[in-house]
Design a protein around this ligand. Structure first.
Ligand code: DGY
Length: 322
């Protein structure tokens, strides 16, 4: 009998995919920093029993319907907005993601981005390296305090809650907005639920951690930025398309908000000539929320386990389309 065929859309370390190699015919796109071209993805999907995909791969209806053999798509991310879940479900294809293993790592990065933006760390480090440091001076690169301020978390899932835990350590007041109440965050961290509008008006730091859905698409629009304090700092570690980037740019340029820390963008990689990247009050990162070696290896391991479970006829650990 032919071995099941597994296609991995990006070069991953051999040690991470060894369990798949032992059992299946595994083919891997050979580049670490070049995404698999669309035509190759379509060709591979056609004959694959399993796909191990990246958040940057568009797994739409065309890809899904091109295959008569596909049984599982394991996405190396907690987010799965890059996959047409409806199309996969219609074809009986299991879609899996990588929650939990990345929660603390992503929360660490989100809080680091908040701190870096508030205290102007990137600007300050570049200033020293560029030899611009002439003398200590009272207001040199003075930023904004974080401790005892109000943080507003939009999207109080597991990562949101882990960010709230860090905020509590900084004696911050914690507000949140979510589809449903997070009783645990309220009881253990003193987080206070409020409407989106109230959160925007009251927060010193507005932190976006909501998944990208039809409902959250561009929820941070012109009006949302206008409602924020002029001293507010906006942090996005969720998905770029939750934000109207033009509106964000206008808000930053016209002083409607003070600064932004962005790990995600509408277009990734963002064009290096993008106007947002020209602003001093923007800290931009290349979507590295879960990027610690330990966590990325744990995510790969979970993807492998999910693929093996489905191909063996078992229930995968983290199925998205139950
Ligand atoms: C994910 O995995 O979806 C996040 O973007 C973490 O970087």
């Amino acid at each position: 009998m032919n071995q099941p065929y597994v296609f991995i859309t990006r070069k991953l370390p051999e040690e991470a995919i060894a369990p798949l190699r032992e059992k299946y015919n595994v083919h891997m796109w050979p580049h670490e920093d070049i995404a698999v071209p669309r035509d190759v993805l379509l060709e591979e999907a056609k004959k694959a029993d399993a796909l191990l995909t990246m958040l940057s791969d568009r797994i739409d209806r065309e890809v899904i319907e091109s295959s008569e053999t596909l049984k599982v798509i394991a996405n190396l991310a907690v987010g799965f907005d890059n996959i047409d879940i409806q199309a996969a479900t219609e074809k009986g294809i299991a879609v899996c993601n990588t929650p939990d293993v990345l929660t603390d790592t992503t929360a660490d990065l989100t809080f680091a981005l908040l701190l870096a933006t508030a205290r102007r760390l990137i600007e300050a480090a570049e200033f020293v390296k560029a030899g611009e440091w002439k003398s200590w001076s009272p207001l040199l690169l003075a930023g904004h305090d974080v401790h005892h301020k109000t943080i507003g978390i939009v999207g109080m899932g597991k990562i949101g809650q882990a960010v709230a835990k860090r905020a509590k350590g900084f004696d911050m007041e914690i507000l949140y907005h979510n589809r449903s109440r997070n009783v645990e965050a309220e009881q253990t961290l003193g987080a206070v639920y409020c409407s989106f509008e109230e959160l925007l008006k009251r927060s010193d730091f507005v932190v976006c951690l909501t998944p990208l859905t039809k409902e959250t698409y561009r929820m941070f629009d012109r009006e949302a930025f206008r409602m924020m304090k002029k001293s507010a700092i906006f942090v996005n570690a969720a998905r770029g398309a939750v934000v109207d980037e033009e509106a964000l740019y206008e808000a930053l340029v016209h002083g409607e908000i003070a600064a932004a820390g962005l790990d995600v963008f509408v277009q990734e990689p963002i064009d290096p000539t993008h106007p947002l990247l020209k602003l001093k009050n923007v800290v931009a990162l290349p979507h590295i929320g879960s990027a610690s070696t330990e966590t990325r290896l744990a995510m790969m391991d979970l993807c492998c386990r999910n693929i093996m479970a489905v191909l063996q006829g078992e229930h995968p650990e983290t199925l998205v389309n139950e």
